[in-house]
Design a protein around this ligand. Sequence first.
Ligand SMILES: *Cc1c(COP(=O)(O)O)cnc(C)c1O
Length: 391
Amino acid sequence: MTYQSGRHFLQIPGPTNVPERILLAMARSTIDHRGPAFAELGLEVLTGLKGVFKTEHPVVIFPASGTGAWEAALVNTLSPGDRVLMFETGQFANLWKTLAESLEISVDFVPGDWRRGIEAVVVQDRLVADTGHRIKAVCAVHNETSTGVTSNIAAVRSAIDAASHPALLMVDTISSLACMDYRHDEWGVDVTVSGSQKGLMLPPGLSFTAVSPKSLAASESSGFLKSYWRWADMLAANEKGFFPYTPATNLFYGLKEALAMLDEEGLEAVFARHARHAEATRRAVRAWGLEVLCANPEEYSQSLTAVLMPDGRDADAFRSVVLDNFDMSLGSGLGRMAGKIFRIGHLGDFNDLTLGGTLVGVEMGLRLFGLDNAGGGVDAAMDYLTEVRRA
Ligand SMILES: *Cc1c(COP(=O)(O)O)cnc(C)c1O
């Protein structure tokens, strides 16, 4: 390996670039997780997270990747043999489904084409047809990271209500929390799952779960065996800022800093920034003569943009050209999109110039890859970003 000067551009849609403030905040001695100083830190981050989820109810932190929180959501609220409704929005929806099935949960899976989000009318139809209320939960991925398509969670909630169905609503916000508007309480979500390594700008290693009173009530009659993932033990210890087992103390230092940064910028400004960079990216993609995978403009992701390669051109070979020449990592196509798309992550610690550098790398990469007409994208993005600043 030769030394690569300059900073590596980690433009995959998570893990994201960890800002220096967070890195430095974590560079401290680990403290006694049963001591008084820890309790203060614990209470501070547990309270701060509520603001990010927009909830007044508890948020559980497991030392785990997001997948752990997926599993915890299911084993705390359901029983083996229960039925859930899920939607094939992309690879992460597929993975959550596989996880559910391996727990012997039976999944009604609504097929999808990976270019659109969940259709509320389908949710309503499926629930109305479920007259015996066998479906115990509706599980939705808010921002499908494999496709750059979002689903309208408020509309999913309305559909459940319109069907007068008692199912719990569970939502994966792993790549949307702290990037896009999200309201756990107002949208009547029962379980919201997230992770540390995307919008929250932390290294991987923490998962977050916002739990509603209804999901807590369901957890009292859950039939799954569990121990590590039991919410009740967590919540009892959390009341005083402690944890039933060793928490990831140094990541908590980082989390405290991340919450302070989000607070200083203001969540609404954070969302507007993500929306701006996403729009600039889409303009660049169109100028290059390429197509954004998301087919419905109302469902564009603000965290990432998935870009279709022209037929017959391998997206992974293109990604290698960019990595080899410019030391930038772009996201690969997952599952059925493997080789067909590449994904540009524009979430987390990000500004106009980081986006500029990212798009410059993509544009030069496209030309090196032989798409000689791929020009003008960076200009289109600059025009837009300048216009927005003038306005
Ligand atoms: C990243 C991601 C996951 C997986 O999270 P891990 O932390 O890798 O377990 C799940 N869902 C979505 C939407 C994601 O973006």
